[in-house]
Design a protein around this ligand. Sequence first.
Ligand code: FAD
Length: 613
Amino acid sequence: MSETLERPGTGARTIGAASPRDTAEAWLTSFGQALESGDVEAAVAHFAETSFWRDLVAFTWNIKTVENREGVRGLLDGTLAAAKPSAFRLDPKEEVTEADGVTEAWFTFETGTGRGYGHVRLKDGLAWTLLTTLRELKGFEERKGPRREKGVLHGIEQGRRSWQERKDEADARLGYEDQPSVVIIGGGQGGLALAARLKRLGVPALIVEKNEQPGDSWRKRYKSLHLHDPVWYDHLPYLPFPDDWPVFAAKDKIADWLKHYASIMELNFWGRTVAKCAAFDEARGEWTLVVDRDGEEVTLRPKHIVMATGLSGKPNKPRFPGMERFKGVQEHSSEHKGPEGWAGRRAVVIGSNNSAHDICAALWEQGADVTMVQRSSTHIIRSDTLMELALGGLYSEEALANGITTDKADLIFASVPYRIMHEFHIPVYEAAKARDADFYDRLEKAGFDLDFGEDGSGLFMKYLRRGSGYYIDVGASELIADGKIKLKAGQVSEITEHGVKLDDGTELPADLIVYATGYSSMNGWLVDLMGQKAADTVGKCWGMGSNTTKDPGPWVGELRNMWKPTALPNLWFHGGNLHQSRHYSQFLSLQLKARMEGLYTPVWGREEVHHKA
Ligand SMILES: Cc1cc2nc3c(=O)[nH]c(=O)nc-3n(C[C@H](O)[C@H](O)[C@H](O)COP(=O)(O)OP(=O)(O)OC[C@H]3O[C@@H](n4cnc5c(N)ncnc54)[C@H](O)[C@@H]3O)c2cc1C
């Protein structure tokens, strides 16, 4: 993503004779002194008029971006006294760089409760973007490296029980005699990554999962699915994929990995367990959560519930007139197992995003007669182009060779405030358009309605704003351009006995209809668990208020409700792609640990809820 991270139009500039390191050192020392002396105005003066401070839990106990000096002032007025920041030092292991008039530096710092890591971009000696992240809590550091447990008591101990016996006993008590501090609902990659982090921090956590095994949410998806994101972007916390792991792993391979991850990380996982209803007991400060554990009703009483039920978990199943009379097979994409049995038969796939393309291509490969119905424009980006122009600078072998570890890449990614992220991305997608002009031309000639996002900022911004509306092309687009997968634009008006009728009167005969119509908002799960009122109190999840399709304003600067305190006490949301599951589980786990230990965690900058569930 190197190109993505060079802001357009900054222009070259000379910053006097000082070296980039001197410039950064001077800024950081002075900024640190202003903070340590509690001088808000002096600290504010370290920011450019147009500037952004993104804080991941370190100052705000929230995930929060503020803008410009006024925003910085507000953040400091609200947090400085409690945060007690100190010890700002440039990271000696990291180079300070300068390009196009922007100096970039990495630094460490402390707060009263923790140790942090940060990144700053300076323009004309003032902060343009600042990232501060909480990395660990003082006195509650992860027990790793020199702090690892011994694992055995050497010597003689009468009645000694083995590790396995003690583990079995603890497993049997958990959820009955011993209550977990945190229950994570959902055992996909999100739930597992968070549970692994909590385990390291010594927070008793239990995952409850509808499916039998960890990773089954991937296993149950359509047969042809491979990850669309490359391996370097996909690692889970602590246990990276081996270095011969394929760039784009198959979904069953990922499912296997998740299953083994849960056992290697010794996560407490209840499979075949459905969370049925939950209510918060204000007086006791705990949840009453009723689950069905393989037929047995169990009441859990955790302090916190984390909804890790998936951004793409609750199928959005459309209701069209006449569906009940259709004589063939109709299913949502999440129920579609694969193309077997459809050779020589007619399939109509409603939708034109990732799942629709993958399913169409797999059906075509097996000899089905396939028609895709495109209801609205879709962003297409070729996988190779995405890798080379957008992701490769941060997540690739080349990036690793350049010293950009996964952790560093995640932090660089996090250092770009959402408000201006599209400005970083637009040139990348302009370059993609130019590079793949012939490809896009052929697609449009085949009648495909293309877009690059409402402001031309492409894939990742669409993902953040609405979590849908794109396909990373791994071949299906060629089939469409060649007319091998037939394409029909329009809205479904009804389902007939033998096919799909569109609003222009066309009838598409079908033996199989797949509704690749996406997934509904994450807090749809809350309606099931706690009722509509609770879901409305929490409001919409995901999106930042960009005022683009499916992401209504006002602007809130961060993903709504994700990884931070919500409007309901002790209720949290976690999820997203593998990168987000890895990166943000860190900040959520620290918030949960701090609360378990009774640390002072004043949350600053909570957003108003603007949109109901
Ligand atoms: C077709 C497709 C392709 C994708 N490709 C990629 C990709 O290439 N790279 C990437 O990073 N992401 C991809 N994603 C997006 C995302 O990473 C996945 O959806 C991923 O599975 C999300 O993980 P999760 O843990 O947040 O949720 P999920 O994997 O959806 O897990 C949620 C779990 O919650 C469980 N659950 C729900 N309700 C309850 C309840 N009441 N009680 C108990 N359990 C419950 C479900 O059974 C499920 O297992 C893709 C998504 C889809 C649909």
